[in-house]
Design a protein. Structure first.
Length: 351
């Protein structure tokens, strides 16, 4: 009698078992696909000057925005606020509300850093300033306030931080937001006293929106050059993300440029640059560091050099932010008025 054979599983069921086990392993190891990145939010500052073009731009592109910052108020040395001509315009407010925009009007200091430093150094004036801001926000039912206090002396650093913390607490208790425009820098000291006065980790912990003005790499009294080089934008955002949560960081982008002559630059918007191109027919070039348009022309025997971000340059800057810093809140545009429809098309495409 032949020896008993070992029990064998028939081949077809065995193959089926292997397939089931393999599929189970694949499914168990499959990672949950990452959630698609949300679109960048977009805010814009609207100046009280250049009013016709600024209003027209806002009316045409309100649907592209999430927030509007009307440049409406100035801080005084005693803590009071004064309003510019056209402030608190009901038609503009209604337009913003009709598009469901957050309304955070801007208070500025007209680059008078010592004025704000003195205001914040005094207990009474600082308290009066906080009260004036809170009363304004409540009276006008704004969603919050945006502060553009520039060029403070470095010694005002602690006073500025204490003020921002106290103001944020008052606004947050009322369900309101605090936004702040900040000088760009790539380390704590920065390159001059304005950014040195701004303690990013401390300020960023208090504010809701930290708008880094990543422009003026070349400025009115510098030699001609790009307004916002791409590698510099990247470095500033890297440092910003080291200091505070990316969800609070906004990349400030320029809609303006400069026309330099006789070692001084004059600010200009895209519409003016187009007029110069039409009049002088210069050869245009594209700066490799920033993607910005640049050209030179001669007028009255004086040589002029222009750098300005066109739609292609803006697209490159937003694209860099999206690729390298996808978790920041969004972009803040300086400013409405004088830009082209192509600028907005590039933002819509890249945001």
């Amino acid at each position: 009698m032949p020896p008993k054979s070992k029990h064998r599983i028939p081949w077809p069921p065995l193959i089926v078992l292997w397939i089931v086990m393999l599929l189970t392993l694949i499914v168990s190891r499959r990672e949950t696909p990452p959630a698609p990145l949300r679109r960048f939010q977009v805010s814009a500052w609207m100046p009280y000057w250049d009013r016709p073009r600024a209003v027209a731009s806002f009316a045409a592109h309100a649907a592209d925005l999430d927030e509007i910052n009307f440049f409406w108020y100035e801080a005084q040395s005693d803590g009071r606020l004064t309003a510019f001509s056209g402030a608190e315009n009901s038609a503009l407010l209604n337009l913003a509300r009709s598009h469901d925009l957050r309304v955070l009007p801007t208070i500025m200091n007209n680059f008078d850093g010592p004025r704000i430093a003195a205001l914040l150094a005094g207990d009474k004036t600082r308290a009066a300033h906080i009260r004036a801001i809170v009363d304004l926000v409540e009276r006008m039912n704004y969603d919050g306030i945006d502060l553009d206090y520039e060029a403070l002396p470095a010694e005002a650093r602690d006073d500025l931080s204490a003020f921002i913390e106290a103001l944020a607490a008052e606004l947050h208790a009322r369900g309101k937001l605090l936004s702040m425009a900040i000088h760009p820098k790539t380390d704590d000291n920065g390159t001059w006293h304005g950014p040195r006065a701004q303690d990013w980790p401390r300020l960023g912990a208090a504010v809701d929106e930290f708008k880094v003005m990543v422009y003026d790499y070349h400025w009115s009294t510098s030699p001609p050059g790009p307004i916002a080089p791409l590698d510099w934008i990247d470095e500033v955002l890297i440092y910003a993300e080291q200091c505070l949560p990316p969800a609070k960081v906004w990349l400030g982008l320029p809609f303006y440029g400069y026309d330099w002559s006789d070692q001084k630059g004059k600010g200009l918007v895209w519409a003016t640059a187009q007029e110069l191109i039409k009049e002088h027919q210069p050869l245009t070039d594209r700066d490799p560091l920033s993607g910005e348009l640049n050209f030179s022309y001669t007028e009255g025997g004086t040589r002029h050099t222009v750098y300005i971000p066109d739609a292609r340059a803006i697209a490159a800057k937003v694209h860099l932010a999206r690729e390298r810093h996808p978790h920041i809140a969004g972009i803040a545009l300086w400013r409405l008025g004088g830009e082209s429809a192509a600028h907005w098309a590039s933002i819509r495409r890249e945001r």
